[in-house]
Design a protein around this ligand. Sequence first.
Ligand SMILES: [Zn+2]
Length: 60
Amino acid sequence: MKCPNCGGRKAVEIDIHSEGFTAVDSPVKECGACGLVWRIKMVDDQSVVDIIKPANKTPK
Ligand SMILES: [Zn+2]
């Protein structure tokens, strides 16, 4: 799963259960390159990028 912001491949799954989210449908990912936090959710059988936290820095 590439980062939808910068295309980085260093994204890691993060445990956000303690913050009140559920990660049942898809895991939340955090990009190691730009800091974007997102998940993929299914809407009408389409995968939609749901941005949880914007990127910390602009990708180069
Ligand atoms: Zn990124």
